[in-house]
Ligand binder design. Sequence first.
Ligand code: FDA
Length: 298
Amino acid sequence: MGIVDRVIANSVPAIPRPVVRRISRRYMAGEDLEEAIGTVRDLNKQGCVATLDVLGESTKDRADAAGKLEQYKRVIDAVVENDLASGVSVKLTGLGLDLDEGLCRSNLEEVIVYAGERGRFVRVDMEDSSYTARTIRIVLDMHERHGNTGAVVQAYLRRSLGDVRLLAEAGVSVRLCKGIYVEPREVAYKGFDTVRQNFVLLLEELMKAGCYVGVATHDEYLVWHALRVSHELGIPKGGYEFQMLLGVDEQLRRILVEGGQKVRVYVPFGKDWYEYSTRRLKENPKIARYVAQDVVGG
Ligand code: FDA
């Protein structure tokens, strides 16, 4: 990343909310459930499945966490009523992990049981490394009790090889991604190529162990490796899936769908869009540059 890009990326949080909102519209399915359902319906028509995420991270109190639980139930109801191909993605801090682990477990379990009774899957997003151990532990436990629960592993974390072995052995479905949080070097690999190589290593480990993998990336080099490994191991299309974020590289998404691959799109929606959007804008300096131009250009 060049110095200009770095300055722009680091300045993103200072960008006014209305501008962030305008630019990040393509990454979100609006503020309301109705809009999100419309987006999933369109994606299903395009041959993609989805996972719905109600935006908003760490909850401030028990009432907030209870509210998030109810929101997820409404999402699952709407998915079922509209006969859509979609699961949900949840963040444990949204369900109260910062308040009380027991409360969070009980909220999560309620979402999982509710979804399970309606034939839907719950993916537990992975947050920053201070939550990794607890999240893996909780997901393993929920998977054992209910089945319809999946984990996320971040390829930038040094610990991830151990985690994928544990998860694969327990038969947990894993979404593999590079990782989006800023982590100290002690816990995360920093080099772009190192993270890519670790992604490939983890992917091979998971696929060889017979794990159902959600290959969550827009990096075509990694997409190619997933196709290579599945080919070498004789895993048929649908024995794994690609996962992409709403609004990112729709061309690659189309190419994969037309090639008969299963593709799931992550569909975030809700009122707490600012934090999600600024994280994505910081991640991609090209978009941050576009934001900066937008501010300057008015
Ligand atoms: P990389 O960042 O190298 O991007 C490859 C190419 O894709 C870029 O050149 C660019 O063109 C395009 N691109 C990538 N991101 C873009 C963006 N925001 N806007 C526009 N273009 C973009 N992380 C995490 O820590 N916990 C989690 O639970 C999840 N969950 C998750 C679900 C799904 C479905 C996806 C796809 C990703 C996540 N992530 C995540 C985020 C993930 O860790 C990672 O930060 C991003 O996917 C970007 O990494 P890529 O592998 O796409 O490669």
